[in-house]
Design a protein around this ligand. Structure first.
Ligand SMILES: Nc1ncnc2c1ncn2[C@@H]1O[C@H](C[S@+](CC[C@H]([NH3+])C(=O)[O-])CC(=O)[O-])[C@@H](O)[C@H]1O
Length: 304
């Protein structure tokens, strides 16, 4: 695999017809130059205060943020501009927060989206923080925020399938909300194992179904209106996948049911959200008649 060629896509995509308008906004934003700014690593990841920008600068910022809609992950507060994303990602982050300490570790966030979790992880002072996500829109959202944060986070427009060929291996890998998008979940978990240093750990979450049997749901075409959902395991089945992929010390951190507090329409999102994906007469089912989305969070360590 020629990884260097793939890595160049991050720059080449700026000339693609659908991506160029986003890049143009980043160029406008890059003319707003500020020194060190106030940062709050809390639920609303906050950078700068309203008084740090002139009205003209604030208008450029707001226009750029609107051109980068949909903001699926967040929320962010930039100089008082509240980007209230579709997902209240702070709920997931706060749930996993007690289960890691990233100080001096080499860390990857696979499927990092716009980097919301990575911006919050900066507080731990990891040695290196690298996000992987093949989406050009979320890359530009990341660059928009990071222009002001000025972090040394690296954002690779690569997928989990490239991880094992990458030029660093990791002490800790997060892969949240990605496994159900993969047609080969055990192979994907093996890629994580190959990307880890010895004694490296992963923290993942994925859709699950209830039950003690080692089985999984394979949706026909769509699940909760999402087209690319392949396998939804029970917890015992997911544990088996992890064992087959080379993990031990497998720990269930939590199981959750997605609520409309966590995922909902906002003016920064698409015009459909959770309430449109569930059966209007029975919210325990998706519109396709499958069990409504439930997630399991697991932590595991690579077998030596
Ligand atoms: N091959 C791939 N490799 C890596 N990432 C991918 C790939 N394909 C798609 N993605 C990316 O994986 C993310 C899935 S969302 C989870 C976001 C965050 N982690 C969250 O947990 O809130 C799903 C959800 O919201 O549940 C998107 O940003 C895709 O671009």
């Amino acid at each position: 695999m020629n990884l260097e060629e793939l890595q160049k896509k991050k720059y080449e995509c700026r000339t693609w017809k659908n991506v160029q308008p986003w890049y143009d906004e980043i160029l406008k934003i890059s003319n707003i130059k500020k020194g060190e700014l106030f940062i709050d690593y809390g639920d609303w990841f906050t950078i700068g205060k309203r008084e740090d920008l002139t009205q003209e600068e604030f208008d450029i910022l707001e226009n750029a943020a609107k051109k980068l809609i949909p903001w699926r992950k967040g929320p962010f507060n930039l100089f008082g501009l509240e980007i209230d994303s579709e997902w209240q990602s702070n709920i997931k982050y706060n749930l996993i927060r007690p289960h890691f300490n990233l100080k001096d570790k080499v860390v990857a966030d696979i499927g990092c989206n716009n980097g919301y979790y990575m911006f919050r992880m900066l507080e731990d002072k990891p040695k290196r923080l690298i996000g992987f996500d093949p989406s050009p829109l979320t890359l530009h959202q990341f660059e928009f925020v990071n222009h002001f944060v000025k972090s040394d986070i690296t954002y690779e427009m690569l997928g989990v399938e490239h991880l094992e060929y990458y030029n660093h291996s990791f002490d800790f890998i997060f892969m949240l909300g990605v496994l159900y998008h993969r047609a080969d979940p055990v192979g994907t978990l093996k890629s994580l194992a190959r990307g880890l240093n010895s004694k490296g750990e992963i923290l993942i979450d994925t859709f699950m179904i209830d039950g003690d049997q080692e089985i999984c749901l394979t949706p026909n075409k769509r699940y909760s209106k999402i087209p690319n959902i392949y396998f939804i395991p029970t917890i015992p089945a997911l544990k088996n996948w992890l064992v087959r992929a080379g993990f031990e010390n497998i720990e269930v951190i939590a199981t959750t049911t997605t609520t409309s507090e966590e995922q909902r329409k906002t003016k920064w999102s698409f015009d459909q959200s959770l309430e449109d994906f569930l059966d209007p007469n029975d919210p325990t089912k998706t519109v396709e008649g499958y069990p409504a989305p439930k997630r399991v969070y697991m932590k595991a360590r690579k077998i030596q």
